[in-house]
Design a binder for this molecule. Structure first.
Ligand SMILES: [Zn+2]
Length: 417
């Protein structure tokens, strides 16, 4: 078998080709398999009414909050298109993403005729569209965000699920940890678990039973929560108690990692609804203590604030039970992906997951992955070029091995550990 050393002048091209060719395991999305029916969002109007674009439209247009929310989705999409794509050039990352997706579908961008783009997707079967999107994005599987507290989603899990195997579950437990009294406990009670307000020993056992049952039912890749910037651990609070007494033990016993996504400030501007969340810097010593006090727990972590990224890399160096992943939400922009990916590679080598898409709409895979791949390839090309210039022989098979680890292998190995 030929496994040539890549010549110094060819390193950049070889890296770029290998990153493009490597299928991705997308470890955090809000996508759903087709068996979830209307929970799977796709198509042009969904793309245009993505919450990133709602926030940008309401900045650029004179339409107010109430008038916007009173519109049908089609009218909202028309407004977004007119405001951000016709009256202005679609230069922001979220806008550029729509353009990339329309181009990938082969639509004529010179017409700027939104209705023609809608028409072109109207009669496709969703199953065919999923195949096309996965192929265009070169994604082999995506991990969903599955919420047992959501009454719309619950029924999909009631029976034996025979889902599309490319869509893998993740057990999302935000209401249990962030709104125990308001949503978490009432839902548990309604589902037949005797969770109590004072978190007695019996009540905590019931929460563990709930988590255990859902791990059995869903077979999730991990359990996940998004946390505010003031998340503290340990903490004398409902959240702190439930994490310590319920989530971490079940996570350990069932070998299902706990994923923490820290830094979201919910409803900074509630008039924007889902588009109204913000960011703030978190206290990273809480993550350090979580890892230090629970060395037998596997933790996945991503941080929303740019200011936390360097500390996260340093914590990664100290704790092998932490897998750092993705450039989350406001971090998912080329300039910041470039910066974060360089930091991570320099501090943690190949032992990271550089990106996830966070896609909410199926079609977003078609732009989020090419955009991220280009940046990741650029960073890696610099690193391998430096190695090559230092006299290290870069072999094609080793390059492919490394990139396969970054884009999926590291995650599977972490799960299997
Ligand atoms: Zn997300």
């Amino acid at each position: 078998m030929v496994d040539p050393v890549i010549r110094a002048g060819d390193v950049r091209g070889a890296v770029s080709a290998a990153v493009s060719a490597q299928p991705v395991t997308d470890i955090h999305t809000h996508l759903f398999g087709p068996e979830f029916g209307e929970l799977l969002l796709w198509g042009v109007d969904e793309l245009l009414t993505y919450h990133y674009l709602i926030a940008e439209t309401l900045r650029a247009s004179d339409v107010g909050y109430d008038a916007y929310w009173a519109m049908s989705q089609r009218e909202q999409a028309d407004l977004v298109w007119k405001t951000l794509f016709i009256e202005n050039s679609p230069i922001s990352e979220a806008c550029r993403g729509v353009v990339t997706a329309l181009q990938a579908y082969g639509f004529d961008l010179t017409t700027r005729d939104l209705d023609s783009y809608r028409d072109a997707l109207r009669d496709v079967r969703v199953e065919d569209h999923i195949d096309r999107v996965f192929e265009l994005a070169n994604v082999e599987s995506v991990i969903m965000t599955n919420d047992p507290f959501d009454p719309v989603e619950q029924p999909a899990w009631a029976a034996d699920r025979a889902g599309d195997p490319r869509f893998l579950p993740a057990l999302r437990i935000d209401p249990l940890l962030n709104a125990y009294s308001e949503t978490g406990r009432p839902t548990l009670t309604a589902l037949g678990y005797a969770a109590d307000a004072e978190l007695s020993a019996t009540g905590l056992a019931e929460i563990r039973r709930f988590l255990d049952d859902w791990v059995t039912r869903m077979q999730p890749q991990y359990m996940a929560v998004s946390l505010p910037p003031d998340f503290a651990y340990p903490e004398d609070s409902e959240r702190g108690t439930i994490i310590r007494e319920c989530v971490l033990p079940v996570s350990r016993e069932r070998n299902v990692p706990f994923a923490v996504m820290i830094g979201v400030k919910r409803a900074v501007n509630p008039r924007l609804r889902m588009a109204g969340d913000g960011v703030a810097k978190a206290d990273m010593s809480s993550l350090e203590r979580l890892l230090e006090q629970h060395p037998d727990n596997k933790i996945l972590a991503t941080l929303l604030s740019r200011e936390n990224q360097h500390e996260l890399c340093v914590i990664g160096r100290k704790f092998p039970n932490l897998l750092v992943f993705g450039c989350w939400w406001f971090m998912n922009n080329p300039s910041i992906i470039d910066e974060i990916t360089r930091q991570r590679i320099e501090l943690l080598g190949l032992s990271v997951i550089p990106q996830h898409s966070d896609a909410r709409i199926l079609d977003q895979l078609v732009y989020k992955w090419p955009h991220s791949r280009a940046v990741i390839a650029d960073v890696l090309a610099d690193k391998y070029a430096d190695l090559s210039a230092s006299g290290w022989a870069i072999r094609q098979s080793e390059l492919e091995r490394d990139i396969a680890a970054l884009l999926g292998g590291n995650f599977r190995r972490f799960l299997a550990r």
